[in-house]
Design a protein around this ligand. Structure first.
Ligand code: MG
Length: 366
């Protein structure tokens, strides 16, 4: 007999405008078109989740995400949130190709579970590293003036690690970094190619940045996801640490990276794998001697709060790319963690400690 089973799931679309068009090598967005989800238990405790599909990366869009979450939802009804690992495994078996949809349901059920235990979500993972953490800030692909304008604005707010979206035009990429480098002292760069570079282009890019003295701390997914030999060659030829992002969408992908020594970091994203699988990959990567980065798609503070919970609870994350709520023109959530400049501050209330209102037109499963 389950004491406090899952009784109701609500799912609704949420559109949040992005302040400046989010342009990367593989696609662009002007609005985050996500789904919010709420799981409610028999005693009235509820938890929130978010699905943030990015079609060019994961192949999911909001329509397919909603259809998948609606199909998977009934499976959760009547279950105990304490069985979250088994439920996550079963969801993955049912819908392996819909990680964002699964991630939304998993997050909501984990949030409800932590709230029913009266502990913050991060405490569920062990409270390994509870402190304020600094995030990088993303500069999308845009012209020189806009790049400089955005970088100056973030710099004034305290940001020092700039994640530059690159990979469309090497010479222009080098010019963009050079312009920012000369304008702003004491900064570092992550170059995120989103699979857009050839090996040769990437090496030209690194040489170009080194020529003007730019501090390139990380190269993220410079080449297409299948080209693990390319990642391996780039890290050895340039000496710059490489992070595998699109190349790792499962534990097996992470194993391949380790076998081929193709990366220094794995970029963990709950939208690529679901929450519990992300934790498995993180634990495996660390045990294999790799370092951890954590990022997201274009997410609000709900999904990003779940990722921040992994950072605080699991520990071992060196590079945080948890900035997308700052790129949105509104924040549709109350409560939870908050930002001051580049710092994310932990919360101490149960679950994710967030609230958002559900419209009367939402999809209901009960
Ligand atoms: Mg990336």
């Amino acid at each position: 007999m389950i004491a406090n089973p899952i009784q109701r799931i609500e799912i609704w679309p949420i559109d949040v405008p992005i302040t400046d068009p989010f342009v990367v090598a593989t696609g662009s967005r002007v609005t985050a078109q996500n789904l919010f989800m709420r799981v409610t238990l028999r005693d009235g405790t509820s938890g929130y989740g978010e699905a943030a599909p990015f079609p060019e990366v994961g192949g999911e869009d909001r329509t397919s995400c909603l259809a998948t979450a609606t199909t998977l939802g009934p499976f959760l009804i009547g279950q105990s949130t304490g069985d979250y690992q088994a439920i996550a495994d079963q969801l993955r078996e049912e819908a392996p190709c819909f990680p964002a949809a699964r991630c939304g349901l998993e997050t909501a059920l984990l949030d409800a579970h932590a709230r029913s235990l009266r502990i913050p979500l991060w405490q569920l993972w062990g409270s390994a590293d509870v402190r304020d953490r600094e995030t990088d800030i993303t500069i999308p692909i845009c012209d020189l003036d806009k790049t400089l304008d955005l970088a100056r604005g973030w710099y004034a707010k305290g940001f020092r690690l700039f994640k530059m979206k690159v990979g469309k035009d090497v010479e222009e990429d080098i010019r963009r970094l050079e312009t920012v480098h000369h304008a702003l002292p004491n900064i570092g760069f992550i170059g995120d190619g989103n699979q857009g570079f050839s090996r040769e282009d990437c090496i030209r890019f690194v040489n170009g940045v080194q020529r003007f003295g730019g501090r390139l701390v990380l190269l993220e997914q410079p080449v297409i996801r299948e080209d693990l030999e390319g990642l391996q060659a780039i890290r050895h030829l340039t000496g710059v640490p490489v992070a595998a992002d699109e190349s790792v969408r499962s534990l097996n992908d992470a194993r391949r990276i380790v076998e081929l020594q193709a990366a220094d970091y794995i970029n963990i994203k709950i939208m690529k794998t679901g929450v519990m699988e992300a934790l498995r990959i993180a634990a495996f990567a660390r045990s294999a001697g790799l370092r951890l980065m954590i990022g997201g798609m274009v997410e609000t503070r709900i999904a990003m709060g779940c990722s921040f919970s992994l950072v605080l609870g699991h520990g071992g994350f060196d590079v945080l790319d948890l900035d997308t709520p700052l790129l949105l023109s509104t924040d549709p959530i109350q409560g939870g963690y908050h930002y001051s400049g580049p710092l994310l501050h932990p919360w101490h209330e149960p679950g994710l400690a967030m609230q958002s209102s559900c419209p009367s037109t939402c999809t209901v499963i009960q």
